[in-house]
Design a protein around this ligand. Structure first.
Ligand code: PGA
Length: 247
């Protein structure tokens, strides 16, 4: 039953704190914990609290490995709009994760197919992902797996929908600068994680969440595949949960 796994935690600050605490628990539970990490508006608060907790409680992250979900094609760490730059700003520059343990897809790789294969191999070599944190798009995407993505998809090049480009244009000076394509972990890669934490806040996510968590499992709503994961934790603020049936 999906109902029991949904935690409604009040407002955005509570959501961010709860998610950060959950990550710290995962880190403390397993030496060499492998995290899958998202970017976007939603996890900003989570990363702020996570860096605070790491500092305040002196959490040992020297053996933690991270893999990011996705990256724009054509953007590198020097580009402000890249997810690499986002991660540097919100997490990596604020904490002492070992550089060699940080993994991101390279949106500047000359051979993107090889880049995706390399990434999957690195995840395998790390022993798989222990905790994958994901947000959700208003269209039900996770990572950059847009509606229609194959549930069995691996890491690959994808075309972004116009809706996604419009929403993400806030991070760019002009909307035309938002790349048309991206590299993303596939839905199979996400589902392969031993545990998944889905976080979402705000009213604009409520319909996508109702469809993803309590509607039919369909490739038209990529996040609906999460219903079939046997270790899914959902953390929402009150406004994101308004359309869910929760007992
Ligand atoms: P957001 O993005 O956190 O910026 O809303 C979530 C997503 O698109 O996965």
């Amino acid at each position: 039953m999906v109902y029991r796994k949904i935690n409604v935690v009040g407002d955005y600050v509570s959501l961010s704190k709860a998610a950060a605490e959950f990550i710290v628990e995962a880190i403390q539970k397993k030496i060499g914990c492998v995290l899958g990490l998202p970017t976007g508006k939603t996890p900003m608060g989570m990363y702020r609290h996570l860096t605070e907790l790491i500092k305040a409680d002196n959490i040992d992250i020297s053996t933690v490995t991270t893999f990011n979900l996705d990256e724009y094609i054509g953007l590198g760490p020097e580009d402000e709009g890249s997810f690499h730059a986002f991660m540097e700003k919100h997490l990596f520059s604020q904490s002492n994760f070992l550089k060699s343990n940080i993994h991101l897809l390279n949106g500047l790789a000359p051979d993107l197919k090889a880049e995706c294969a390399r990434y999957e191999e690195e995840i395998r070599e790390a022993g798989g992902i222990d905790l994958q944190v994901v947000g959700i798009g208003v269209n039900g995407h996770i990572g950059f797996n847009e509606p229609g993505s194959d549930f069995n998809s691996g890491a690959r090049v994808v075309k972004l929908t116009e809706a996604t480009r419009r929403i993400n244009s806030k991070e760019f000076k002009e909307s035309a600068q938002v790349p048309l394509t991206a590299v993303t972990m596939g839905l199979r890669n996400i589902m392969d994680a031993r545990q998944i934490l889905l976080i979402a806040g705000g009213n604009e996510k409520s319909l996508a969440l109702a469809k993803a968590l309590q509607g039919p499992v369909t490739e038209e709503v990529p996040a609906s595949i999460l219903q079939t994961h046997d270790n899914l934790i959902v953390m929402l603020d009150k406004s994101a949960a308004t359309l869910l049936k929760i007992r």
